[in-house]
Design a protein around this ligand. Structure first.
Ligand code: AR6
Length: 181
């Protein structure tokens, strides 16, 4: 599914984030940038050890929740990996919404400053961190649409959902926000 605004677009696809042919891949990292399972495990496994070596060196204090840092992409075909730290879901009253929004926004800012045309992101916080998918999809997509209102880069924002279930949640929310195609 996709929606266009001039020469910019949001795409939703089912797949593996590591296989996307884009300028920037977004990792669902933790604040210690210590690696882990899910997207983080897949990105480091496919990208090789140079990514972790670089983030250790450049960001020895990690990355706060609600923010993101950038590194090169090792063996991956992308130019960069952005390591974004979404919030752990705690019921919705611990600033999770603001933190998730700012994590996505920081990804788009870094993409723009690194002159990236295309970025692929997973559903941040929706796995190990337990964020309800429908609420997370609304934040992810609203933040993307708002970004396009005021910025020309990146031109493609692609959300890569791991299976049919999360894909259809994102698709329903995108349709609610933009109307039927
Ligand atoms: N490609 C696309 N999506 C994926 C992939 C993949 N290869 N693998 C999982 N997903 P998660 P979080 C989906 O847990 O919730 C790690 O241990 C998954 O189904 O990767 O932000 C880190 O080190 C879910 O919908 O990220 C952190 O400690 C979404 O991606 C912590 O988990 C995000 O799931 C971060 O947790």
């Amino acid at each position: 599914m996709e929606r266009r605004w001039g020469n910019q677009r949001i795409e939703l696809t089912i797949g593996d984030i590591t296989e996307q042919n884009v300028d920037i891949l977004v990792n669902a990292a933790n604040s210690r940038l210590a690696g882990g399972g899910g997207v983080d495990g897949a990105i480091h496994a496919a990208g090789g050890p140079s990514i972790m070596e670089e983030t250790r060196h450049r960001y020895p204090h990690g990355c706060p929740t609600g923010s993101a840092v950038i590194s090169s992409a090792g063996n991956l075909s992308a130019r960069y990996v952005i390591h974004a730290v979404g919030p752990i879901w705690q019921g919705g009253h611990a600033h999770e919404e603001k933190e998730l929004e700012s994590a996505y926004k920081r990804c788009f800012e870094l993409a723009a400053t690194h002159d990236a045309t295309s970025i692929a992101l997973p559903a941040l916080s929706c796995g190990a961190y337990g964020y309800p998918l429908d609420l997370a999809a609304e934040i992810a997509l609203k933040t993307s649409i708002l970004w396009f209102k005021f910025h020309t880069q990146p031109r493609l924002i692609r959300f890569v959902l791991y299976s049919e279930g999360p894909y259809s949640v994102f698709a329903d929310v995108l349709e609610e926000l933009t109307g039927p195609s």
